[in-house]
Design a protein around this ligand. Structure first.
Ligand SMILES: Cc1cc2nc3c(=O)[nH]c(=O)nc-3n(C[C@H](O)[C@H](O)[C@H](O)COP(=O)(O)OP(=O)(O)OC[C@H]3O[C@@H](n4cnc5c(N)ncnc54)[C@H](O)[C@@H]3O)c2cc1C
Length: 337
């Protein structure tokens, strides 16, 4: 705690214009609208300031947690007084590379990325247009829908590795992407900065039609009018979580303000003033009931905070390319007021 306070003071001194919110309620930064204050929430607008922040955090042995759009998170009501969060909201550059692939920084929303691809007649990202996350959060989760996953179009990723304070580029084949899984989940202190997407040429109207169709299906099936963090549970092998929950008679079941959605039993929604404890209790009840009835163990897909990571050097033994800061196309290198 003492170290965190010292780190915050040092960061404020070095980057006086940095957007740094203190004791910021996470309910204002998550799609679930649940969660008490985090001690600090910084939003660097360049790799230069991000690396300065990381330098100070490492000095004080603090592992920061990254925040994208906060659409897969459940934060505790008690808050996280010992957590330094870093948001990618200001890393928003996106452009076409000479070979026709798309470069996008971590904070670009998947909706914006999919629209950019459509506008440039590139097909392959239609499935992502309705996923409410960012490039960074999507890559780490290998977000997917309607038969598509980000792993199908990511060519490479650049990440900052805090324990070594270096930038690396990793190719798709070494990211060990799987169902809602990537190699980055095991790397404490890994900050995804950008990704390059390789897509095929397609017809703009057909791409638009596909995006519209996926988004209509989403609106029809998902409770988009209520706060949630998407599917509460991962898909168990050979089953669909929503179907098991429904067949267990739990559709509409609620604890406090948390409810198994009436519209889609795979979602837990916040019907008003849900607390994180309402959601924990509800998820527990769902898991026990489904296990008792079907002998299937459901695992959460939602990331339940606080995080359990340490600042250890555990870079995986896979081919990585060093990247110089100057090679990056980040928007500016100083914080502006
Ligand atoms: C209504 C709704 C519908 C959804 N539908 C889908 C769907 O169809 N398919 C699907 O896969 N998901 C879906 N989700 C879940 C969610 O949108 C995805 O998991 C998404 O990829 C999370 O991105 P995010 O930017 O919000 O990440 P966050 O929730 O902010 O963070 C998720 C994790 O990624 C880490 N992280 C974020 N950015 C970075 C970074 N730059 N570097 C390192 N780590 C980072 C965070 O620390 C955290 O561990 C849905 C959610 C909602 C609310």
């Amino acid at each position: 705690m003492e170290n965190l306070e010292k780190a915050i003071e040092a960061i404020k001194e070095i980057l006086p214009n940095l957007q740094l919110l203190e004791n910021e309620p996470m309910r204002d930064h998550t799609s679930f609208k649940i969660g008490g204050p985090v001690r600090a929430l910084a939003a660097p607008s360049s790799v230069d300031s991000l690396s300065k922040i990381c330098y100070i955090l490492k000095k004080y042995k603090i592992a920061p947690m990254m925040l994208g759009n906060g659409t897969n998170l459940l934060c505790p009501d008690e808050g996280m007084n010992d957590l330094f969060m870093m948001s990618t909201e200001k890393l928003q550059n996106m452009f076409l590379l000479p070979d026709g692939s798309i470069y996008a920084e971590a904070g670009v929303s998947l909706a914006k990325l999919a629209t950019f691809a459509q506008q440039n007649g590139l097909t392959g990202l239609e499935f992502a247009s309705g996923i409410p996350g960012t490039v960074g959060g999507g890559a780490i989760m290998n977000a997917g829908a309607y038969g598509g996953e980000l792993k199908d179009c990511i060519q490479s990723i650049v990440f900052y590795y805090l324990p070594e304070q270096r930038l690396y580029e990793i190719d798709n084949e070494h990211c060990t992407f799987g169902y809602r899984h990537s190699i980055f989940q095991q790397m404490g202190g890994c900050v995804i900065l950008s990704a390059v997407f390789h897509l095929e040429a397609g017809d703009k109207d057909e791409i638009s039609a596909k995006m519209r169709d996926f988004n209509e299906r989403r609106r029809d099936k998902q409770p988009l009018d209520l706060p949630s963090a998407g599917s509460a549970f991962r898909r168990p092998e050979g089953h669909y979580a929503a179907q098991l929950i429904d067949e267990a008679g739990l559709r509409g079941y609620s604890v406090g303000g948390a409810q198994v959605s009436e519209k889609h039993a795979g979602f837990i929604v916040n019907t008003g003033n849900a607390t994180s404890h309402d959601v924990y209790e509800l998820m527990d009840h769902v898991r026990h009931t489904v296990y008792d009835k079907f002998n299937v163990a459901l695992a959460p897909e939602i990331i339940i905070l606080p995080p359990d990571f340490k600042l250890e050097d555990n870079l995986p033994d896979v081919p990585l390319h060093n990247v110089a800061v100057n090679d990056m196309n980040f928007s500016g290198d100083t914080e502006k007021k």
